[in-house]
Design a protein around this ligand. Structure first.
Ligand code: CA
Length: 507
């Protein structure tokens, strides 16, 4: 005990004595990056009132109340693995070499965790990874195998010599939050700042709720969104895509007509019975085989949205646990907490579930950041931001140099809701994965300036143009509307300019 005091006293004296010469590294904040999978902004009550009364997210909302909510937060490529590579590298997909899902992370590019680690941060990654190869740049990691499961997950665990496999019991959002807190307990406050990535599988399909949340929203009829019956008229790629709740969503897998798909097979006997009994009740209308047409559509939506929101509830509960731990441990004051998702998600909009398109519900993504003493409570950030910005932002916060090659921008100038005059005026988007046989979303790229959105489905030779100010649901493709000719030409020029800036060679 005595020697520890002596060391701490010596370190304090040293840092005070050299204050003008050496940056006080202990003053750098801890960073917790909480990253959900497929968490729609609409399902966060700080963003949207759609589920505010019936399924609020009070703990995630705390981040907005005590920090900043980003109202114009978007992704570069709305699909799991590629989005994760964008976060790690600060690069668009064509530069980070992970344009499609299922591709391995390419560590030939610098990553923000690696640079932070080299600059003195204790770094860790827990939960969903989805980039195949062993993570680099982390002192510790435990990653889910493949897509991950909800109950009793098999993890790849970093060891001194490499890695081992370990089955960890429990509901995976709970276990991932626990790993995060365990790393903080072991490392925070020991002189090194900490950066930990806490990455939930939830609320990704097959939307298996925690046993404690099986009865949440039971028998509650949840309204469908205004575009639930969208016929995709005038939008060829949307019409070709295969991701409607009605046709594509599988009753056996997504709605758990086959209980094994819900990952219930690893539950103990008592919990297994609770889960199966609940499923039998929830699936009773579908199982009757009597529903058809709009009745069947609505019932599938109910089954989907109930389980989706139950999974969201577990994320919210675990954000609460982490925030409570930060308060109790005294770490809250010097810890940045972020909540985001690899992309947002369709919750019945356009008749869909899933993601991929540059339309609003998958192009956007939630981003909430609490940083006591630096971000004023209740801050609204309206500047256009993108997931490639997180790497340079964390490097800036951590006092490390951002490589010139990174394409994202440091968000610290907009954290207080101000928008500098020279802030970016538009965002570039590119989805590459038409080979995916399930969803068949044509490759496309596009540009968005906060009001107008131009999308080029180059694979099928289709252009789309939306004025979100008068058409926020993006139902009216105005590419042939003569009153927009000038604006469309400007947006095409802007798309070209962005492609030159980011060195996009294709298509
Ligand atoms: Ca995802």
């Amino acid at each position: 005990m005595i020697s520890r005091f002596v060391i701490i006293f010596a370190m304090l004296a040293l840092s005070a004595g050299n204050a003008s010469l050496v940056p006080n590294k202990q003053s750098r904040p801890n960073i917790i990056w909480i990253y959900a999978d497929d968490h729609a902004s609409q399902a966060i009550s700080a963003y949207d009132e759609r589920f505010r009364e019936i399924a609020p997210t009070p703990n995630i909302d705390r981040l907005a109340k005590e920090g900043a909510i980003f109202r114009n937060s978007y992704v570069a490529n709305a699909i799991c693995g590629p989005a994760r590579a964008c976060i790690m590298t600060g690069l668009h997909s064509h530069k980070n070499n992970v344009p499609n899902n299922g591709m391995p992370m390419d560590f030939s590019n610098p990553t923000f965790p690696g640079i932070l680690r080299d600059s003195g941060y204790a770094t860790a990654l827990y939960g969903k990874w989805h980039l195949k190869v062993a993570p680099e740049g982390f002192e510790d990691w435990k990653i889910m195998k493949g897509q991950g499961r909800y109950f009793s997950q098999d993890y790849r665990v970093k060891t001194a010599k490499g890695e081992k496999e370990e089955r960890i019991e429990g509901y995976s959002p709970d276990t991932v939050a626990k790993m995060t807190m365990d790393f903080l307990k072991a490392n925070a406050g020991n002189g090194k700042p900490v950066m930990v990535m806490c990455q939930f599988k939830s609320p990704h399909g097959p939307w298996s709720p925690a046993i404690r949340n099986l009865d949440f929203l039971k028998d509650v009829e949840i309204p469908t969104p205004p575009t639930f019956y969208d016929d995709h008229e005038g939008r060829v790629a949307a019409g070709k895509a295969n991701m409607t709740i009605f046709k594509t969503m599988r009753e056996g897998f997504h709605l758990k007509g086959d209980p094994d798909s819900a990952h219930y097979d690893r539950l103990g006997p008592e919990q297994h019975k609770q889960a199966i009994d609940s499923l039998a009740y929830e699936n009773r209308h579908l199982a009757s085989g009597k529903l058809e047409g709009d009745d069947l559509k609505r019932e599938k939506y109910q089954r989907y949205i109930h389980d989706y929101l139950r999974c969201v509830k577990a994320n919210d509960e675990n954000v609460g646990r982490i925030l409570d731990y930060l308060e109790e441990s005294g770490l809250a004051e010097n810890t940045i907490v972020c909540y985001s998702s690899d992309q947002s998600f369709y919750l019945g909009e356009h008749g869909w579930y899933d993601k991929r398109f540059m339309y609003h519900q998958s192009f956007s993504t939630p981003l909430l950041v609490r940083w006591p003493g630096r971000i004023n409570p209740g801050t609204q950030v309206n500047a256009l931001v993108q997931n490639i910005d997180m790497a340079p932002t964390f490097l800036s916060i951590g006092g490390a140099k951002t490589p010139d090659t990174m394409q994202g921008v440091d968000l610290t100038p907009v954290l207080n809701g101000e928008k500098p005059a020279d802030w970016r005026k538009s965002l570039y988007y590119h989805f590459y994965e038409s080979e995916d046989p399930t969803h068949q979303v044509a490759k496309h790229e596009g540009v968005y300036d906060g009001r107008f959105k131009l999308i080029h489905f180059y694979e099928i030779g289709e252009w789309e143009f939306f004025d979100r100010e008068i058409d926020p649901y993006e139902l009216e493709n105005r590419i042939n509307d003569r009153s927009y000719l000038g604006t469309i030409a400007k947006m095409k020029t802007e798309l070209k300019r962005l492609k030159a800036q980011y060195e996009v060679e294709l298509p």
